[in-house]
Design a protein around this ligand. Structure first.
Ligand code: UDX
Length: 437
């Protein structure tokens, strides 16, 4: 069976390579000529562990190819996955222009029965709208078209594992025929007993938003508890661990820090809150989650400022710029807001990240912002060293060496990756998140 995947971002490229690895013939389409040229040469446009190898393997065995020619590719395929971006439109709603453009192009291109699978995260009702647009065009040509909503839950940095071993697969459609086709595509997942949730389009769309909003809720919840821990002299890690041991709560997503970022949580929480307001069914908890996350970033700068007395003229080493480890993605990264405010308040920032510097440079610039080759260079002569992302390579720094080159032994570990007792033994003033006073 031939499959076309439209969009070669995280979701599209991982899905395309993953489906090819399932043994299917996959053509990945993108309108960005340069991106396709690079992909044909084996260059991956972003950092995702294992993806380069997976793409190379499936290109070599002839199951994966790349093109800008959507029409030809669509005509060769029974199933078309749409995995284009739905970024925030700046007003807190997803910008659907890419999805709409693809739907209209598909309506033009189709020449036979097609199953359109929507992987892009789209507001409730969008799948039905896409079905209507393409069916209307198909109807004029006497062609039937079906749509299946298939939200993607993969995490950046663990995308391949999440695609190959998902916790669940959600399929929403009103066509039994289309559902059978898509279930067949995912047949390898039946062997590992992946649960399938088969439902309607609107329900499938809402599952994605509700899941992400709930995970974001756990994060904002533990961040507020961490703030309270600081006031009362409690340790948030013990609180979170004990909470997580209750099977009804679960241990994951209770790690405090500078707040959630990335391409999903900030956008999806805003979109869900907006939908609730629009339909007169407000999601007050989600509204609060968004506000707590916004405040958490400013709170982190206050922590640094309080520790240093004033930020004016101070040098701050910043370790980690991406919104989480194992990605080059800095979209909505807490580091963007935190570094910006540090610069605004007169600090000099020396930053280091193992993979995110190029992307970060596009988001923040400043006379007082410089980038370093490693963590030690960022620490050299710094009045404070701030950990913003928990990259593995930042977890095991030579702390004695660091102590000699830093101007003031002040560490703000905003991901709580170091042992506070050990740090104090080594002579550092150590400040974490939610770990006592
Ligand atoms: C998320 C969802 O996990 C995924 O299912 C969905 O499809 C897309 O959004 P991703 O954005 O790649 O995936 O990253 P994730 O690992 O979920 O982390 C999101 C943010 O939350 C990061 O900024 C991370 O640092 C933060 N986080 C996560 C915390 O601050 N504390 C935690 O305990 C967990």
């Amino acid at each position: 069976m031939h499959i076309t995947v439209i969009g070669t971002g995280y979701v599209g490229l991982v899905s395309g390579a993953g489906l090819a690895d399932f043994g299917l013939q996959v053509i990945c389409v993108d309108q960005d000529k340069d991106k396709i040229k690079r992909l044909k040469k084996g260059e991956i446009p972003f950092y995702e562990p294992g993806l380069e190898e997976l793409v190379a393997k499936n290109v070599k065995n002839g199951r994966l190819s790349f093109t800008t020619d959507m029409k030809t590719s669509v005509r060769q395929s029974l199933v078309i996955f749409i995995a284009v971006g739905t970024p925030d439109d700046g007003q807190g709603q997803p910008d659907l222009s890419q999805v709409e453009a693809v739907a209209r192009e598909l309506a033009e291109a189709i020449d036979d029965y097609k199953v359109i699978v929507i992987k892009s995260t789209v507001p409730v009702g969008t799948n039905r709208w896409i079905k209507e647009v393409i069916s209307a065009a198909g109807g004029k040509k006497g062609i039937k078209v079906d749509v299946v909503s298939n939200p993607e839950f993969l995490r950046e940095g663990a995308a391949i594992e999440d695609f190959m071993r998902p916790n669940r697969v959600v399929l929403g459609s009103d066509s039994a025929e289309a559902l059978a086709v898509v279930k067949d595509i995912y047949r390898p997942l039946y062997l590992i007993e992946t649960p399938f949730v088969i439902t309607g389009m609107e329900t499938a769309e809402l599952i994605k938003y509700a899941s992400n909003a709930f995970l974001a809720t756990k994060i904002s919840f533990i961040n507020e508890v961490a703030n309270l821990c600081e006031k009362v002299g409690a340790d948030v890690h013990h609180v979170a661990r004990a909470m997580g041991l209750d099977g009804r709560i679960g241990p994951k997503f209770l790690h405090p820090g500078p707040g959630y970022g990335g391409s999903c949580f900030p956008k999806d929480t805003l979109a869900l809150a907006h939908l609730g307001r629009k339909l007169g069914s407000p999601l007050s908890i989600v509204e609060a989650v968004i506000e707590v996350n916004r405040r958490q970033r400013a709170r982190m700068v206050n922590k640094i400022e309080t520790a240093l007395g004033s930020l004016k003229g101070k040098t701050v080493g910043v370790l980690g710029l991406t919104f989480k480890p194992n990605t080059s993605d800095v979209r909505e990264s807490p580091a963007i807001d935190i570094v910006r405010i540090l610069l605004e308040k007169g600090a000099k920032v020396k930053a280091y990240d193992p993979a995110g510097v190029d992307e970060f440079k596009k988001a923040v610039t400043g006379r007082n912002l410089s980038f370093c080759q490693d963590a030690y260079e960022a620490a050299k002569g710094a009045d404070a060293l701030v950990f913003l992302t928990e990259w593995n390579e930042l977890r095991n720094l030579d702390l004695k060496k660091l102590r000699k080159i830093i101007a003031q032994p002040l560490i703000l570990d905003l991901r709580n990756i170091y042992d506070s007792g050990k740090m104090r033994e080594l002579g550092y003033t150590y400040i974490g998140v939610g770990r006592g006073i």
